[in-house]
Ligand binder design. Structure first.
Ligand SMILES: [Zn+2]
Length: 88
């Protein structure tokens, strides 16, 4: 099982934008749109972001938009680099 803290997950391979919902890879249940708070640890600091995700109502697997995760990661890197820009 993949957990949210491991940053870049599945959704890069899923056509996230075209198909709003899709069948869960694990149990074949139609996903639902929701928001999930993701958390990454970098250099001893915690960064969180609320992110749109497709969630499987059956097994609770969460699918993120890979592009948004990359954005989040790069924001984290900017913050770590001391640049206080808010790219959101
Ligand atoms: Zn599922």
């Amino acid at each position: 099982m993949m957990k949210r803290s491991c940053s870049l997950l599945v959704a890069t391979s899923i056509d996230f934008m075209k198909n709003r919902h899709f069948n869960c890879e694990f149990c074949d249940t139609m996903t639902e749109t929701g928001f999930v708070e993701i958390e990454v640890k970098r250099q001893g600091k915690d960064f969180t972001s609320k992110m749109k995700a497709e969630i499987c109502p059956n097994c609770k697997e969460e699918y993120f938009d890979g592009g948004k995760l990359v954005e989040f990661e790069s924001n984290v890197k900017k913050q770590l680099a001391g640049q206080k820009k808010q790219a959101a």
